[in-house]
Write a protein that binds this ligand. Structure first.
Ligand code: XMP
Length: 217
């Protein structure tokens, strides 16, 4: 996935038409559009194909199953037009590897969840993040997901992951700042509600891109 503005739009809308309209409206301001269960369950996998006509699509299904099922999930979303998937890392080497092998066959990317941004995330996944990062790195994952709303932890992930790409959700409603997250080591910022719930989504996206500071739209 290209890194241009540094902004990834999380299109967590059940209304597929609205997701497409906003993506079109801000397409020059974003590097990719990320889809999750809400939009796919409401609109079918066809929404991936439709969005992929405008923008690179990341399928954030947080894939976390046994290897042969992970392969099937990845194959389906890549065939639908996704360029990247997000998988969980806590499932261990074989499950991550299944995603990476399938992605390699289909010219796609895999990003592995190293940490999460919500309250209570520290209870389980944070204890395992160092190992998850090591496994993801050894297997040749394209990057990691780590929270923008906890700059100290993000810095730690940055240090451990060396030069792996980091995509960071948690900006806006979850309390994180785009600039702070970039300074803490994120490469690209994932934002949903602060864009699609804003009365002027383009204005909101422009502001975030300015904060990220890679380009001047
Ligand atoms: P908002 O509306 O909060 O949406 O900007 C955030 C988007 O990012 C996803 N998300 C995460 N994904 N680890 C992840 O892998 C996280 O810690 C995390 N926090 C938020 C969420 O699914 C939504 O699409």
């Amino acid at each position: 996935m290209q890194k241009n503005t540094g902004l990834i739009f999380a299109a967590d809308l059940e209304n597929g038409r609205r997701a497409i309209n906003i993506t079109n409206e801000i397409s020059d301001l974003i590097d990719a559009v990320k889809v999750n269960y809400p939009i796919i369950l409401s609109n079918g996998l066809q929404i991936v194909e439709e969005l992929s006509r405008t923008k690179t699509v990341i399928a954030d299904l947080k894939i976390a199953d046994v290897p042969h099922i992970n392969r099937k999930i990845c194959r389906n979303v890549f065939e639908a037009g996704a360029s990247a998937v997000i998988c969980h890392g806590f499932t261990g080497k074989n499950s991550i590897e299944a995603c990476i092998e399938t992605a390699n066959q289909m010219y796609g990317d895999v990003y592995v969840v190293a940490e999460m941004s919500h309250p209570d995330a520290e209870r389980f996944i944070h204890h395992a993040s160092k190992e998850i990062i090591n496994i993801a790195s050894q297997l040749g994952a394209d990057g990691l997901i780590a929270p923008a709303n906890d700059p100290k932890r993000l810095q730690k992930v940055r240090k451990q992951s060396k030069n792996m790409r980091i995509l960071s959700p948690g900006v806006g409603v979850q309390g994180g700042g785009a600039k702070t997250a970039i300074q803490a080591g994120a490469d690209q910022i994932i934002v949903g509600r602060s864009i699609y719930d804003h009365r002027e989504p383009r204005q909101a996206a422009e502001k975030i891109v300015q904060d990220i500071g890679y380009t001047n739209p």
